[in-house]
Design a protein around this ligand. Structure first.
Ligand SMILES: [Zn+2]
Length: 1011
């Protein structure tokens, strides 16, 4: 059957190899066309977003809704990737990850679905992944061993001591550690009592152990059938090629497995079909009258109570997004400002919760003092009433329009390709039985909204009434931090272990565990692994593209030549700009203030106007404006130093920068540049009241993010005295910074402002540099404006750096002595159900042949030994190793780790043990291909500009091809030597830091976490 035209409406209702073409649609907002098909016998649905994009993406999606918190959906998500009929390996997913050029390969459990996406720029690689994922989701082995490895088991150590282990079990512990995680769960449970959002789709560790192997198997059977599956496709591989692939490899097997004999009665239904039993599980139970609830949550991450009011807002639409932007889009927006000004708490908690078919709106505050909750409720209702009566200002409407327009125009790549965002929108419609395109038209919908807005002056008022005033049912919820929350969980876990221990047949248990461990330790042979084909090095495109900047100059306020760096990228009528000044001429005692200062500078007002007027003005003109910090060093290698020398006269290489960045529509370039210049030169440091608020918020947000940031904090402690660059990073972003934040006191606001003003003005006096990322036509408009801008922004010649060394920073690092010496250990302790271990050792310098080989070796480790030792066997959610060759620093860590003190030791031992390891040619080739995949991952235009600019300022731009050549030239022997070298170096110098719960024994030197 040749060339079936899937975009020809005459073919609607016809079938191609059993797939009936049901819908052809234009998706103009994303410049795509789409087709929707159903396989008439199995019910498998296919939605293809056809776009001229080489980065193709596929995703298998299944509706999965929980009726308890045992975590079946999540454990299945992990387990289907542990071996299947055609790929009977221990972990095909991991094997694939260790040899593919994927730009995305993952699996995700949502509350209502489980999704398996993969993306690649290379066709053969794409179909490899497609094949493995298709087999895994439909034909997994799901052995009991897999279940106890990924789910839960009673584990016994060499002394016979028992504990509960399991990858998902340990992973989820981290989700039950902090205040806002639990508060969120409580809110969902309150709004949708006894229906699926009320349960933890990931699993609650206190309930996970009650999931049986039989439950686990039956979950797969219920939900992973083709008639509950949507195959989402995106990109430029033709629909026909993709269906041919499915037809040839899977459709027969699926028909056999699911005993599909004839055409399904709903085969020609043009909307997605939802099986009755799934539909029932996806039913949301809503409140039928208002309620008031009080709950508790862990103390970790809280600064007081949380008090909220929630109201249902119906199905997703752009109206609500718009209303949200008008009322709470930025600090000057009326509702958010009233909440912040009230002084009742430090963590505004507002927004529309859009995860479910029925959405709901939450208004509230966290960090509220006991007894003040009712004041919060009264405030919210009073303010909404007030805004409704008074109406909102034109500025609030204009800034909301600007914010949404900008977001809709900008392509993001938060994690993985942009198509992931489109996939989520399409699947949201699909899960509920709506058209896949129902949420793929936000730009069109927003244009319609703007039309209404122009003709109806009361439109916003009507929206406020519709969503906030008319709905009568509301949920008032107070969540209080309780010291005993985590202690109770620890106790409950201990009791559960004891009970399971008592009930266990120890002999049988030992047998089961021995078998499991033996399986885990078994190394698969090259013949076994060959079932998954891999791309060969000869097939790879050797030339890599590197974003560049162009260096020009522009006369400054002192008539000197100011460096102007230009990135030409396809920005779609938007532009991005940075104006930076060096702060490294100040004394290092001031550096600790840079992070908070950078947050303050665009938030405190300018030209003598009030801060909220200023924020509102900037939000009407620009997409965003924010304080920026950029630090780094010129690497200590000849190539970089030479490049730095070439630019010596400009004084921009290797500097530490503070400044302002913005993004805006090119159509508004003139106003944007004018405003930016005014912000830079006329910033006020006077509003103590505003600063007090910002201090509270800074403290609350650092506190809320503490546990999630645990690994980064531990890494920064490992390298606190490693080099000047790393020491500065510890001061700016590490535990030292937590101390700085804890020392900002509201009563010192005046003093702090004076100090900030001094730092800011001294930095500005030290000169400036400008960077722009934009497309050709935008640049044509902007560049002529830059001359005036440089003068108006008061930019002057860059004065040379004071070139501080490590010793100059050390006095400002908290307990620097803890990481001084060749071998050190330190522990960071807090309340946490989960931990992290981090270790650093030496590696080879940047751009050397050795560093290329070490990159290949560590990639291999990540996909093999590290995965097996720390994840499969050790129960960690993850473990990683990577060489930061610029700093000659090898970084090793575990993630969500049940035993960080033990694993910190094993991390280094592993390197030593493997120093005599032999690598097959296959191993080396696969690891090179994986490194290659990471190196060619596409970037968004703004990221390309950002990266080119940053590498340029540190004399590190233009080496991508060199690095690629060295990578592709790595030989088997080089990898063997890399393993030897890293093993040896790791024996000599190391620093180990763990992040763990207070109850754990001390490990090396202790460092208390403030806040
Ligand atoms: Zn997981």
């Amino acid at each position: 059957m040749n060339n079936f035209d899937f975009l020809n409406p005459a073919n609607l209702g016809k079938d191609y190899k059993g797939f009936i073409l049901l819908k052809i649609e234009d998706v103009p907002d994303y410049k795509c066309k789409s087709v929707f098909l159903r396989h008439k016998r199995t019910g498998l649905e296919v939605f293809h977003l056809i776009k001229n994009d080489h980065e193709n993406l596929f995703a298998f999606a299944f509706r999965t809704a929980a009726k308890d918190s045992k975590g079946a959906a999540h454990i299945i998500e992990h387990s289907v990737l542990c071996g299947s009929e055609k790929f009977p390996l221990k972990e095909p997913f991991n094997t694939l990850a260790g040899q593919s050029i994927s730009t995305f390969l993952n699996a995700m459990t949502y509350p209502d679905k489980t999704v398996y996406p993969g993306a690649s720029l290379v066709r053969s690689d794409y179909f490899n992944m497609f094949d493995v994922y298709a087999d895994c989701v439909f034909f997994p082995k799901l052995t009991r061993d897999t279940f106890i490895q990924e789910g839960h088991r009673l584990e016994m150590d060499s002394e016979g001591k028992t504990s509960i282990q399991g990858v998902v079990y340990n992973e989820m512990k981290a989700n039950f550690t902090t205040f806002y995680q639990i508060a969120n769960n409580e809110m969902l449970a309150a709004m949708f009592p006894d229906s699926y959002p009320a349960f933890s789709s990931g699993g609650d560790p206190s309930v996970i152990p009650s999931l049986s192997y039989e439950d686990f198997l039956s979950f797969h059977k219920t939900f992973y059938s083709p008639d509950n599956c949507c195959l989402f496709l995106y990109g430029d591989i033709s629909t026909q090629d993709q269906l041919d692939f499915m037809d040839e490899k899977y459709m027969r097997r699926l028909e056999d497995k699911y005993k599909c004999t004839g055409d399904l009665p709903y085969a020609t239904q043009s909307l997605p079909y939802v099986k009755p039993q799934v539909k029932e599980l996806l039913q949301l139970k809503k409140l039928d009258k208002s309620i008031f609830l009080e709950k508790t949550a862990p103390e970790q991450g809280s600064t007081g109570n949380l008090a909220i009011i929630a109201k249902y807002t119906g199905q997703a639409n752009i109206e609500k997004e718009f209303l949200g932007e008008v009322l709470c889009g930025n600090d000057s927006s009326p509702l958010l400002k009233a909440i912040k000004d009230s002084g009742l708490g430090d963590m505004p908690y507002t927004g529309n919760f859009g995860q479910f078919k029925e959405e709901f709106w939450v208004n509230g505050i966290g960090g509220v003092k006991e007894g003040n909750e009712k004041k919060v409720f009264d405030l919210i209702n009073k303010e909404i009433e007030k805004i409704y009566k008074k109406g909102v200002s034109q500025e609030d409407i204009d800034s909301a329009i600007m914010g949404i327009d900008f977001n809709l125009r900008e392509e993001n790549r938060w994690w993985g390709p942009y198509s992931i965002i489109l996939m989520e929108k399409a699947l949201k419609g699909w899960v509920w039985g709506n058209s896949c395109t129902s949420l793929l038209c936000p730009i069109t919908k927003f244009e319609e909204l703007k039309k209404v807005l122009r003709t109806d002056p009361d439109y916003v008022k009507k929206l406020i009434k519709k969503y906030f005033i008319d709905p009568e049912i509301e949920c008032r919820l107070i969540v209080r931090p309780a010291k005993s929350y985590l202690e109770d969980r620890f106790k409950a876990e201990a009791a559960l272990v004891e009970a399971l221990d008592k009930a266990a047949d120890k002999e049988q248990l030992k047998k089961d565990l021995d078998r499991l461990h033996e399986n885990q330790a078994r190394v698969e042979t090259p013949e076994e692994l060959a079932c998954i084909p891999h791309t060969k090095i000869e097939e790879l495109e050797k030339t890599v593209d590197e974003p560049k900047v162009q260096l020009q100059t522009v006369p400054g306020a002192d008539s000197s030549e100011i460096p102007l760096l230009i990135s030409r990228e396809e920005t779609n009528g938007l532009f991005y700009m940075d104006v930076l000044f060096p702060f490294d001429r100040l004394s290092p005692q001031y550096f600790k203030h840079i992070p908070f200062l950078s947050n303050v500078i665009t938030n405190i007002g300018w030209e003598g106007k009030k801060w909220d007027e200023c924020i509102s003005e900037s939000a009407c003109i620009m997409g965003d404006v924010w304080g920026r910090i950029l630090t780094g060093s010129v690497y200590d290698v000849a190539e970089c130093k030479e490049l730095a020398k070439k630019f010596e006269k400009y004084n921009f290489c290797g500097r530490k920068w503070l400044g302002v960045s913005c993004k805006a529509l090119t159509d508004r370039a003139e106003e944007s540049l004018d405003l930016l210049a005014r912000i830079i030169t006329k910033m006020d440091f006077k509003d103590k009241g505003r600063l007090k608020n910002l201090i509270q918020e800074q403290r609350a947000s650092k506190k809320a993010g503490l546990v999630n940031n645990g690994r980064e904090l531990a890494y920064k402690r490992c390298t606190a005295t490693w080099s000047e660059g790393y020491a500065l990073a510890e001061i700016l972003w590490g535990v030292t910074q937590l101390y700085t934040v804890s020392e900002y006191k509201e009563k010192n606001a005046g003093k702090i402002l004076k100090e900030f003003e001094y730092i800011y003005k001294e930095s500005l006096k030290a000169g400036g540099v400008i960077h722009i990322t934009a497309d050709d036509s935008s640049l044509e408009k902007i560049l002529p404006l830059i001359k005036d801008f440089a003068k108006e922004a008061g930019l002057t010649k860059l004065l040379p750096s004071r070139n501080y060394q490590l010793e100059d920073y050390l006095p400002y690092v908290v307990q620097a002595q803890n990481s001084m010496g060749q071998q050190t250990r330190e522990s960071l302790k807090t309340d946490s159900q989960t931990g992290y271990a981090t270790v650093v050792a030496r590696c080879s310098p940047y751009l050397t042949k050795e560093s290329a080989a070490e990159q290949v070796y560590t990639t291999w480790l990540n996909c093999h030994t590290f995965w097996e030792k720390f994840r499969t066997t050790g129960g960690c959610y993850g473990a990683s190793i990577y060489p930061d060759s610029g700093e000659t620093c090898l970084k090793l860590s575990t993630y969500r780790d049940p035993a960080p003190e033990k694993h910190a030791e094993i991390l280094i031992d592993t390197l030593k043990e493997l120093s005599d390891n032999d690598f097959t040619h296959d191993d080396v080739e696969k690891s090179i291909v994986t490194c290659y995949g990471a190196a060619i991952e596409p970037q968004t235009p703004q990221d390309r500009g950002k990266q080119a600019f940053e590498t340029f300022l540190y004399a590190n731009n233009g080496f991508r091809q060199t690095k690629m050549d060295k990578l592709l030239a790595v030989k088997d022997q080089d990898v063997k030597e890399a393993a030897q070298r890293l093993g040896q170096m790791a024996g000599k110098e190391w620093h180990k830091v763990i992040f763990c719960d207070k109850s754990k024994e001390s490990y090396g030197k202790n460092l208390d976490l403030p806040l």
